[in-house]
Design a protein around this ligand. Sequence first.
Ligand SMILES: [Zn+2]
Length: 271
Amino acid sequence: MTGRCDTHCHLYLEEFSDDLPEVLKRAKEAGIVKILVPGIDVDTSVQALELSREHPGWLYAAVGIHPNYANQVSLAQIEAVEALLKANTGNIKAIGEIGLDYYRTWASHEDQVFIFQHMLDLAAKYELPVCIHIREAEQDVLEILAKWVKSLARNNNSLRLHPGVLHSYSGHPEIAQFALQHHFLLGISGTITFKNAQGLRAQVGKAGIEHLITETDSPYLAPHPNRGKRNEPAFVQYVVEEISNTLGISLDTAIQITYRNAQELFDWNGN
Ligand SMILES: [Zn+2]
């Protein structure tokens, strides 16, 4: 079953507390066949997992601690994330959302790197791909990931072929270069539809459809023509449409190949 995928949305946030059933209904009507919900801390990772259990085969979870929530995280919280992984029966398809965010200073760089490293270790141990958040921290993230993929190769870890996704790709040429070199995918969000996103569209055109998956990052980053409103998974249709326009390929081809890319990364057809 191929179709549109939203590989990154935060459906447990309060923005959806009033109308999540309607949001999901609209997603279904818009042909969204797979949705990945990443956590941002322990509690929301549990909530993402609960959502995936309520909607088996449609919603999936990623678990992890986001850099903005890395402030004084205890080892007990890292163990709590690992406990979810130990008990994983197939609903958890990735470790995320993890990474570094030097734009917000909610957590020190040291705390962020400490958590990021621990999350990458868990990903390697449980052989689950990573969903990476990068904001004003390109150099440090790419350096850490480069070391990580080297260790995956050294240990013959199955992740080396599909290590993860660099989510909500910003258009930085070095990020795309890194992704292509190390088999990461670029997660394309609604920002690709923005008028002033020529640079991003140029990079996406260069990267090519084989390296892209689609996402919304709901409730943030609503695409044109809904820019500024609350985002929701149904709006991923505008993202895949813009990808097809940017690459000059048919909408069907864009849907099919981005679906296949996501399937290879998250391995979610099995259950
Ligand atoms: Zn996110």
